[in-house]
Design a protein around this ligand. Structure first.
Ligand code: M6R
Length: 607
C-alpha cells in the first residue's frame, strides 16, 4: 500500500526519485520522503502530505547525490506525520530504509532492540528494520550480511531499499510478498514498486522473487538468494509506452482510463478469438482435466469480485459447472470445500492484493488448480498461480477501477467460452454467435463515450445528494453493486446497491422524496419486474433514473439513458460505462480529487 523508488547512477537522484513517487502516488499518498547520500551523510527530507509538498521542502532542490531512496505512504502503523514518514534511519544514522509491507512481529523486535538500547522515534512497524540492520552491522557483519540477517528476523511482507552512509556506491534491495522491480539503462539502476514509475527511463527490467536480494553498485548488479548464494537473473524488455502511464490530455487518470476502454477491450481480446478455436497463450487446459471439475470458485476483492459476479451465470450456463463467487477475505478464513475437482479463478487488477493471494495459496494447498487473472505483468499473483492470464488493459493508475473491470469481464467471458468449447457444452453455432458479439463490444462502448452530455447534466443534479440507491436484477444487479462502489469511493456519497426484488424486504424504508434511485434494466425477461420495483420507489417520492437498452415508456421516469443493445450475457460491459462517467462527474462537481480518494490506495497489500 506504499510506493518505493530508488536510484543509483550518474544523474542527480532527487528529481528521478520525486518523479517516480508521483507515478506511484496511487499506491498511497498520506506522506512522502526521500533520502539522498550527500558526501558522507544521509540527507533525509520527508513530511506528511502529498509528493508535491515534498518538492517544496527546504533544501530538497540542492541535493546533489546520485544515490537515493524514496517512499510514498499509506499509513498502517501510526498516523500520517513527519515522524512516521519514510525513510527511517537507525539510531546512529548509518542506514536509511524505505519499506512497503507490514512487519507483523515488530512489537517483539522493538522489545528486543529496546533491550539493546535502541530508541524509537516513530509509531511505525518499519523503524525496527534499520535498527536491526545496524544491530547486526555493529557485530562485525558487512552491509549485505547485516541486511540478510535482519530480513531473516522479519515476519510479514516487505519490499526494502537500504542505503548505508559508509558505502557510498551501494544500494541493497530485497522483497517478500511486496512488489519490487529493477530497471537499468546506461544512466544507472532504477528501483520501483511498479513499472510505470520507471518507464520514462528504461524498458529493461528484472523482477526479484521472494527473499532474493540485489546488491547494486555503480557498475554492477549482483543477485543473491536468501542464504547469500550468488544467483543469475535475467533482464527482459517490457513493452509499455511512457504515454500509457501518463494522463496525456485528460484532466484525471480516471477519465483517461474510462475513455481508454474501447481500446483496452480490444487489447484484452487480443488474438484469443482469431482462430477457429479460442487460444490463450498462457492457459492450456485439456478436456480430460476440465471434465473432472465439479465446482468453480471465482475469488477476488472489490471491483474484481464484481467482475466475478458478472460472469458467474455465463460460466454456469455455457460450461454446465456450478460457480461460486466469493470475497477473498471471507473465502480464506471459512475453510471452503475444495479438492482436486475444484478449479479456482482469482481476479486481481494489481496482482498484489494480499487477501486474494492468500485465498489462492489456500486453494493450492487443498489440491485445486488455480488461475490468476491480472493486469500487472509479473505481479506477485502470477508467481503463485498454476496458470495466469493477463487482461492487457494497460496501466490503471486511478484508485477507482474502470477499464480493468471491463477487461476482466471480457476476458472471463472469453474464458467461459474457452471451457465450453473444450467441454463441448454448447453448440459451435452458439459459440460463434457469442464470439462475434464480443468483437462488437468495444465499438458499443465507444458509442456511449461519444454521448456523455446527458450524464454530465445528471451529475449536476445529484452531486449534492446524501444517498443514492442502485437497483437491478440478475447481471444488472452486479452492475448496480459495481456502480454503487464507484460512486461512494470517489464522491463519498452514501450509495447502496440492492437486487431490485429485495427492496420491499427492508431497504425501501430508506426511500423518501427526491432520493435518486438508479435502475439498470437490460434483461427483457426481467424488465417488467424491475419496472414494477421502480414504480414502487416512484410512489415513495424517489427520483427515478434508468439505464436501459429496452423499449420502455420514457415519460414514466425522471431520467432515461439508452445504451446500445448486446447479448444479455455481455450487458454489464456496456451498462457500467455511463455509471462510471456519472461517478466521475459527480466527484468533479464536488471538487474532490477523483484519482486519489481519501483513505484508499490502489494496491491493497494489507490483510
Ligand atoms: O488489484 P485488485 O483488483 O486485487 O483490487 C481489488 C480492489 O481493491 C479494487 O477493485 C477496489 O475495490 C477498487 N478501488 C475499486 O474501484
Amino acid at each position: 500500500m506504499c510506493g518505493i523508488v530508488g536510484y543509483l547512477g550518474n544523474k542527480k537522484a532527487c528529481p528521478i526519485l520525486v518523479n517516480g513517487l508521483k507515478k506511484l502516488e496511487y499506491r498511497g499518498y498520506d506522506s512522502a520522503g526521500i533520502c539522498v547520500l550527500e558526501k558522507n551523510t544521509l540527507a533525509v527530507k520527508k513530511d506528511k502530505g502529498r509528493v508535491k509538498n515534498l518538492e517544496t521542502l527546504d533544501g530538497i532542490n540542492s541535493l546533489e547525490g546520485t544515490l537515493g531512496i524514496a517512499h510514498t505512504r499509506w499509513a498502517t502503523h501510526g498516523k500520517p506525520s513527519k515522524d512516521n514518514a519514510h525513510p527511517h534511519m537507525d539510531n546512529s544514522k548509518t542506514f536509511a530504509v524505505v519499506h512497503n509491507g507490514i512487519i507483523e512481529n515488530f512489537k517483539e523486535l522493538r522489545e528486543f532492540l529496546g533491550n539493546n538500547n535502541y530508541k524509537f522515534y516513530s509509531e511505525t512497524d518499519s523503524e525496527v528494520i534499520p535498527n536491526l540492520i545496524h544491530y547486526y552491522y555493529s557485530k562485525g557483519n558487512n552491509f549485505i550480511k547485516s541486511v540478510n540477517l535482519a530480513c531473516k528476523d522479519l515476519k510479514g511482507s516487505y519490499a526494502l531499499e537500504i542505503i548505508c552512509k559508509n558505502e557510498p556506491d551501494t544500494l541493497i534491495v530485497t522483497r517478500k510478498d511486496s512488489p519490487l522491480v529493477i530497471g537499468t539503462s546506461e544512466n544507472g539502476t532504477y528501483i520501483s514498486s511498479d513499472i510505470p514509475a520507471l518507464i520514462a527511463y528504461t524498458n529493461n527490467f528484472c523482477f526479484l522473487n521472494d527473499t532474493e536480494l540485489a546488491l547494486i553498485t555503480k557498475n554492477n548488479i549482483e543477485f543473491f538468494d536468501c542464504n547469500l548464494n550468488s544467483i543469475n537473473k535475467e533482464f527482459s524488455n517490457v513493452e509499455l509506452s511512457a504515454e500509457s502511464c501518463d494522463k496525456g490530455n485528460f484532466e484525471d487518470y480516471m477519465l483517461k482510463e474510462i475513455y481508454e476502454q474501447p481500446n483496452s477491450i480490444r487489447e484484452t481480446i487480443g488474438n484469443t478469438l482469431n482462430g477457429e478455436k479460442i487460444v490463450f497463450d498462457t492457459l492450456q487446459l485439456s478436456k480430460k482435466y476440465l471434465s473432472t471439475i465439479k465446482q468453480i470458485y471465482i475469488v477476488a476483492c472489490g471491483t474484481a469480485m464484481h467482475a466475478g459476479l458478472g460472469v458467474k451465470p455465463n460460466f454456469e450456463k455455457f460450461c454446465n459447472i456450478p460457480v461460486c463467487v466469493d470475497i477473498a477475505s471471507e473465502f480464506r478464513y471459512r475453510n471452503p470445500l475444495i479438492d482436486e475437482n475444484t478449479l479456482c479463478i482469482y481476479i486481481s487488477q494489481s496482482g498484489e492484493t494480499a487477501d486474494t493471494i492468500a485465498a489462492l495459496k489456500l486453494a493450492k494447498s487443498k489440491g485445486a488448480k488455480t488461475i490468476a487473472v491480472t493486469n500487472v505483468i509479473e505481479s506477485s499473483i502470477t508467481r503463485e498461480a498454476d496458470y495466469f492470464v493477463y487482461t492487457h488493459a494497460g496501466p490503471e493508475i486511478a484508485v477507482a477501477s474502470t477499464k480493468a473491470y471491463t477487461s476482466q469481464l471480457v476476458l472471463l467471458n472469453i474464458m467461459a467460452l474457452y471451457f465450453a468449447e473444450i467441454l463441448e457444452t454448447i453448440s459451435k453455432e452458439e459459440i460463434n454467435k457469442l464470439k462475434k458479439e464480443i468483437l462488437l463490444l468495444s465499438k458499443k462502448v465507444d458509442e456511449i463515450l461519444k454521448n456523455t452530455d446527458k450524464i454530465k447534466r445528471l451529475a449536476k443534479q445529484i452531486y449534492n445528494k446524501r444517498d443514492v440507491f442502485f437497483i437491478g436484477r440478475g447481471l444488472d444487479h452486479t452492475v448496480a453493486l459495481e456502480s454503487a462502489l464507484k460512486l461512494k469511493e470517489i464522491s463519498y456519497i452514501h450509495s447502496e446497491a440492492y437486487a431490485a426484488g429485495e427492496l420491499k424486504h427492508g431497504p425501501i424504508a430508506l426511500i423518501e422524496k427526491n432520493v435518486p434511485v438508479i435502475s439498470i434494466v437490460t434483461n427483457p425477461d426481467l424488465a417488467d419486474k424491475t419496472i414494477s420495483n421502480i414504480q414502487e420507489v416512484i410512489t415513495r417520492g424517489a427520483t427515478s433514473i434508468v439505464i436501459t437498452n429496452q423499449n420502455i415508456n420514457e415519460s414514466n421516469f425522471d431520467f432515461v439513458y439508452k445504451i446500445p443493445e448486446t447479448l444479455e450475457y455481455y450487458t454489464p460491459i456496456i451498462s457500467v460505462i455511463p455509471l462510471q462517467i456519472l461517478a466521475y462527474y459527480v466527484t468533479k462537481e464536488k471538487g474532490l480529487d477523483v484519482d486519489k480518494p481519501r483513505n484508499l490506495a490502489k494496491s491493497v497489500t494489507v490483510e
